[in-house]
Design a protein around this ligand. Structure first.
Ligand SMILES: Nc1ncnc2c1ncn2[C@@H]1O[C@H](COP(=O)(O)OP(=O)(O)OP(=O)(O)O)[C@@H](O)[C@H]1O
Ligand SMILES: [Mg+2]
Length: 604
């Protein structure tokens, strides 16, 4: 009930349509209920009495009723669909707007696939159920009651046949309903699995193909789809008993009423016309009964969807700007004060532990560490993508939680490890960094990020269309565009999370040089698996299992830090023995042991 109230709260300007639709249905049902009654009059006063005038009179009235019923019914369908599609579109808007306020940890909680399902399938379910509810849920009970009343009015004694049939049919329908409802509940759970599988495979289709996992994924999908199929078949085959049950009830009633009815006619209790209309009402009553049970099944199915939608809408974004938030970040000073952090959706263990360090404004810091050592986590705390559990992170001398989040994130530009471009032109994408950036500014940023050389080679230059997810540019090109996009923000702190991994060393070096020359006052934090990326770094931070192993100048680390020395020697040995291309291959081959922390540990 609560869910329905909350969902209907989103009707907005479609509320009137939602009220008009059932009212129209009411009118249409009224007309339909009248028709058999008028028919009785037509037969008794017109046909039986042989009075053509009466036949015309009641015939025309019946016609008017039928046409009116048709028109009002169509109106109710139009208003019903207007209200239900309106509700769906409002819900989608609300969901989308809400998700925009989510922090990373909110998103982790629902998962991207989950959010997509909720915005599409679940909203669709609610829309369908609402449309049914508006039209059929008002029609069925009203038609049921009105037809029953008419029956009793015509012949109380014959109506008893009815009640017997109704009780029997209700029993059968309720039984069917109770059997199918749990099955349908499970159907929807399976839908989730199926959606997750589709989402995962379509977004990662390239990986699936690269690893020649199509057969395996096919099998996985077939399994999920097969289970869904079985459940559906079971639910539907129970549901299929609806029709025979209906048939038995209707034909049983018709036979019984005809039998007893003719006796009544002979005895002079009712007229022929009344018997005919009674048979019409039989059909109405039993039909309404069946519709009612179907609505119950449908509503209970969509209740689950409604709940999932409300969950998203009511989730509290756990990172918000404070009141009287600071609106200016003075400089790129960064302090980590005794910081510990654990992902809420993770294993529960601390991902970062007791981090205590200071980075000066304008300093260039490199971060090195094995996969999963916490590098990305470390930098995500600086722009407050997550909140720390213990201690504090300060930027420009103030706790990040004191800033307006938008101001903070403008000042701290992060090129994420999983960077994305959006569909639109290159220029559109660059202007994500700064909305009103001129073409010259964009070009300058691209020069610094070494993106100009390939953009100029595109026939459409800066107007080249980027496809969804940036699939029509290479990995290295995408990385450089993302760096340019971040540069356009003129940030106080610039963070590159493994953002030059797909760029060759020479280009990497010239990007670093451009940084040093063009944004000397910006604090630069560079995560990389390649020691060559650290050439211009003032200091290097070595992380292992969420702890700081060392933080200092390269020379010093080579003397004191085993992990750093091992990685350095391994990469430089390969470099000295190999020519440029091979060095490249060695440096960022993801399969190479060199990037494996276990390998580093082994050496250490
Ligand atoms: N969103 C998340 N939810 C739960 N756990 C996470 C999340 N992101 C990372 N982790 C976990 O936190 C740990 C540190 O991850 P992090 O991404 O910081 O590593 P990393 O050093 O950046 O690794 P890589 O070099 O592979 O990018 C890992 O064990 C990882 O499983
Ligand atoms: Mg990372």
């Amino acid at each position: 009930m609560d869910i329905i109230r909350k969902l209907l709260g989103h009707l907005g300007k479609y509320r009137s349509a939602a009220i008009i639709a059932p009212l129209c249905t009411l009118g249409a049902v009224g007309m339909e209920v009248l028709i058999p009654y008028v028919m009785a009059l037509l037969i008794d006063r017109g046909i039986s009495a042989g009075d053509m005038g009466q036949v015309w009179l009641w015939g025309s009235i019946m016609m008017v009723c039928a046409v009116a019923a048709l028109i009002i019914d169509s109106a109710s369908a139009v208003f019903g669909s207007r209200a239900s599609t309106g509700l769906a579109s409002n819900l989608r808007d609300a969901l989308f707007e809400k998700v925009q306020t989510y922090s990373f940890s909110n998103i982790d909680k629902f998962s991207t696939a989950g959010l997509v399902t909720r915005m599409t399938t679940d909203v669709q379910n609610v829309q369908n159920a609402f449309q049914m509810a508006l039209i059929i849920a008002t029609r069925a009970p009203i038609s049921l009651v009105a037809s029953l009343v008419m029956c009793v009015v015509i012949s109380p004694s014959l109506s008893t046949i009815f009640f017997v049939a109704m009780v029997a049919l209700s029993g059968a329908l309720v039984f069917i309903m109770l059997k199918t409802m749990p099955l349908f509940g499970r159907v929807f759970e399976r839908y989730d699995d199926l959606n997750a599988s589709v989402q995962e495979n379509v977004t990662a289709i390239r990986v699936v193909k690269a690893f020649v996992r199509e057969d395996h994924e096919d099998e996985k999908f077939a399994h999920a789809a097969g289970e869904l199929h079985d459940l559906f078949v079971r639910a539907e085959s129970i549901l299929a008993f609806n029709n025979p049950a209906m048939g038995c009830a209707i034909y049983g009633c018709i036979i019984a009423i005809s039998w007893f009815g003719t006796h009544s006619i002979l005895a002079g209790d009712i007229t022929t016309g009344q018997l005919t209309s009674l048979l019409g009402y039989v059909f109405n009553v039993l039909m309404s009964l069946m519709m009612l049970t179907m609505i119950f099944v449908m509503l209970s199915m969509s209740a689950a969807s409604g709940k999932r939608i409300i969950e998203v809408l009511e989730e509290q974004p756990d990172i918000t700007s404070p009141q009287n938030a600071l609106t200016k970040v003075s400089d790129g000073d960064i302090d980590f004060d005794n910081v510990s952090f654990a992902y809420r959706s993770g294993s529960g263990e601390d991902t970062l532990q007791d981090i205590q360090l200071h980075i000066n404004s304008g300093e260039t810091v490199g971060i090195l560490g094995g996969t999963g050592s916490g590098k990305s986590t470390f930098v995500s705390l600086i722009s407050r993508l997550y909140d720390v559990d213990q201690g504090s992170v300060r930027v420009g001398g103030h706790d990040v939680r004191e800033y307006d989040t938008e101001v903070l994130r403008d000042a701290v530009a992060v090129v994420l490890q999983q960077n994305t471009l959006f569909s639109g032109t290159i220029l559109d994408n660059l202007r994500w960094g700064k909305e009103d950036a001129t073409l010259e500014e964009c070009q300058a940023a691209c020069r610094a990020a070494c993106a100009d050389e390939f953009i100029d080679r595109f026939p459409d230059g800066y107007d080249t269309m980027i496809e969804q997810g940036g699939t029509n540019v290479s990995g290295g090109q995408r990385q450089r565009l993302c760096i340019a996009r971040a540069l356009l923000k003129h940030p106080k702190v610039l963070i590159l999370d493994d953002s030059t991994s797909a760029v060759d060393t020479a280009t990497d070096a010239s990007i670093q040089r451009a940084f040093a020359e063009q944004i000397p006052d910006t604090t630069k934090i560079i995560i990389s698996q390649r020691v060559s990326s650290f050439a211009r770094c003032n200091r290097i931070l070595v992380l292992d299992a969420g702890r700081v192993v060392a933080f200092g100048r390269e020379k010093q680390l080579l003397k004191t830090c085993d992990i750093y020395r091992d990685v350095y020697e391994a990469q430089n040995k390969a470099g000295s023995a190999a020519d440029f291309d091979q060095l490249e291959g060695v440096a960022y081959d993801p399969m190479s042991q060199r990037n494996d922390p276990a390998f580093a540990d082994e050496l250490g």
